[in-house]
Design a protein around this ligand. Structure first.
Ligand SMILES: Cc1cc2nc3c(=O)[nH]c(=O)nc-3n(C[C@H](O)[C@H](O)[C@H](O)COP(=O)(O)O)c2cc1C
Length: 170
């Protein structure tokens, strides 16, 4: 469940889904944290908007359909701390010259040629910070599904019920 699918609706109301690395799940605050490029069109689709997160655990045969609200943070002590704790290689992708989705004349990583295949130095990575964004999903409902030959099971948990949970037909 390290790479769930994060779903939004675009400006035309059409569904948009993409895989993202789950960086942190905080059960106390019921939040998930993801990292992305601040220039990505998904930032506007997710910030302050309803978000669905879909994850499947193949060994446990468990699906989680999470509903919540997105919040994008780019500045402040918390985001600075997360940025500084990321590896230089992880931060390198934020050196990309154009926003994600920008048309290119040919296949390319979008990175400047001088950093291709190399780990940036702490000085070289400084300008990339402006392109780094954190996405926080405040989870408000969890639809849990477990598949088993002995009988599938499904339950719905909602923040508004204090996460009490209720069984549902699978
Ligand atoms: C395994 C995997 C992990 C990914 N992790 C992230 C991620 O953490 N953040 C991110 O913005 N995009 C991630 N992507 C890329 C997105 O799926 C997507 O292609 C990209 O963010 C552009 O999406 P957008 O057009 O909706 O902005 C990942 C893709 C894969 C296949």
């Amino acid at each position: 469940m390290h790479t769930p699918v994060v779903c939004s609706a675009d400006a035309d109301g059409l569904p948009q889904a993409r895989v993202m690395v789950l960086r942190k799940a905080d059960p106390t605050a019921a939040t998930l944290r993801f990292h992305t490029d601040a220039r990505s069109p998904k930032v506007a689709e997710l910030d302050g908007k309803p978000v669905a997160v879909l994850a499947y655990h193949p060994t446990e045969q468990m699906q989680l359909r999470l509903a919540g609200t997105g919040r994008v943070l780019t500045d402040g002590e918390t985001v600075d701390g997360i940025w500084n704790q990321s590896t230089l290689f992880a931060r390198r992708c934020y050196l990309a010259e154009s926003a994600p989705g920008t048309p290119l004349p040919g296949p390319s990583s979008g990175l400047p040629a001088w950093i291709e295949g190399q780990q940036p130095t702490p000085d070289q990575i400084i300008p990339a910070r402006a392109n780094f964004a954190t996405l926080w999903v405040e989870v408000t409902a969890i639809d849990w599904l477990h598949l088993a030959n002995s009988g599938h099971r499904r339950a719905l948990f909602r923040a508004c019920d204090g996460w009490a949970g209720e069984w549902r037909a699978p």
